[in-house]
Design a protein. Structure first.
Length: 326
């Protein structure tokens, strides 16, 4: 298999070319959440807005997205049916969870990664001093078919002019939009339904779902550090595996795999070479390498170099693997 440089560039989304959407979700007008930007890099993600730009539509069994937020901007409480994995690209972030966001919380720094358990309400905010960016991996080709919002988020949004239809689409009453005929508002979860959403503590979550960057860097000195997978540090089977690579993790010689690979540099610049060309990936870039392509991956300069590599597996996308501790 060969790819021209132009063909490969179409499979790379450069950080500086990301196109944000500021109206992606129901809390887009809610004070405290109205400055966030959503990015869909590979696949349509879970955006509720027709204005969302999708960079690469073809999915490898999972979606890649990102969230960019200025300091003190928050993403409201919601739940996912499939995996939602974040790693911090820029800034300092607080993640919190539970019906009201008070069950537990954890602060993540650059490079840290969080495999948030499915079925719990979660939110996050930038607590740094500058614009921050977190990169996301969402399980499934359809990213679980959308998100489930905590009732207060839907109610607050309605007070600020946004209505979510049962079809998963947003309608802005400030722009004169109304629900189409036959489309009802998204129902709010009742108290009985809310009891099905767990309220785990930080002691329940942090040891099993959070991995720290500098620990992973130490483990990746001579081989890729297995971060998420059935035999990884964070044991799960979300339909993809995640590894961290550093300078000594893989040989400079070319290799081929029958899996889709998504390469996401965290620090440093990485030279990607293949039969047909060579290019350099920078932090924040996302590259989708197709199966069967012989390629090599090496840091292109001295200094700190790290990269997350995500590969698809044969496991179906679904809830967090309950046998993670096996």
């Amino acid at each position: 298999m060969t790819l021209t440089l132009e063909e490969m560039e179409r499979r790379i989304v450069r950080y500086g070319e990301l196109q944000p959407c500021k109206t992606a979700f129901i809390d887009a007008h809610t004070p405290g959440s109205n400055q966030k930007e959503n990015f869909t890099i590979i696949g349509g993600g879970v955006s509720e807005s027709p204005d969302q730009h999708v960079h690469i539509k073809e999915t490898p069994g999972f979606n890649i997205g990102a969230a960019g937020q200025p300091p003190r901007c928050r993403n409201s409480l919601h739940s996912h049916r499939t995996a939602e994995v974040f790693f911090v690209l820029k800034g300092r972030w607080r993640f919190f969870w539970g019906r009201y966001g008070t069950a537990g919380e954890v602060v993540l720094e650059e490079g840290d990664i969080f495999n948030i358990p499915t079925g719990i309400f979660r939110g996050f905010e930038n607590i740094g001093t500058d614009y921050g960016m977190i990169m996301a991996i969402l399980g499934g080709d359809d990213a679980g078919g959308g998100v489930i919002w905590a009732p207060q988020v839907i109610e607050d949004a309605r007070d600020h002019g946004l209505v979510l239809g049962e079809n998963g689409k947003l309608y802005d009453t400030k722009k004169g939009q109304t629900l189409p005929a036959g489309v009802r508002p998204m129902p709010v979860l009742n108290e009985t339904e809310l009891k099905a959403f767990p309220e785990p503590t930080a002691q329940d979550v942090v040891p099993h779902y959070v991995a720290r960057y500098w620990d992973l860097m130490a483990l990746a000195q001579k081989a890729p550090a297995k971060v998420i997978g059935s035999d990884a540090i964070l044991k799960d089977k979300p339909g993809f595996d995640v590894e961290l690579l550093t300078r000594g993790s893989i040989p400079e010689s070319a290799y081929t795999t029958d899996r889709h690979e998504v390469l996401m540099p965290v620090h440093g610049h990485w030279r990607l070479s293949w039969d047909g060309g060579t290019t350099v990936l920078a932090p924040g870039d996302t590259c989708a390498v197709p199966p069967g392509l012989s390629h090599s991956l090496t840091p292109s300069m001295t200094g700190e170099a790290s990269l997350y590599r995500i590969t698809n597996t044969d496991d179906p996308a679904g809830s967090t693997w309950t046998a993670r501790a096996a």
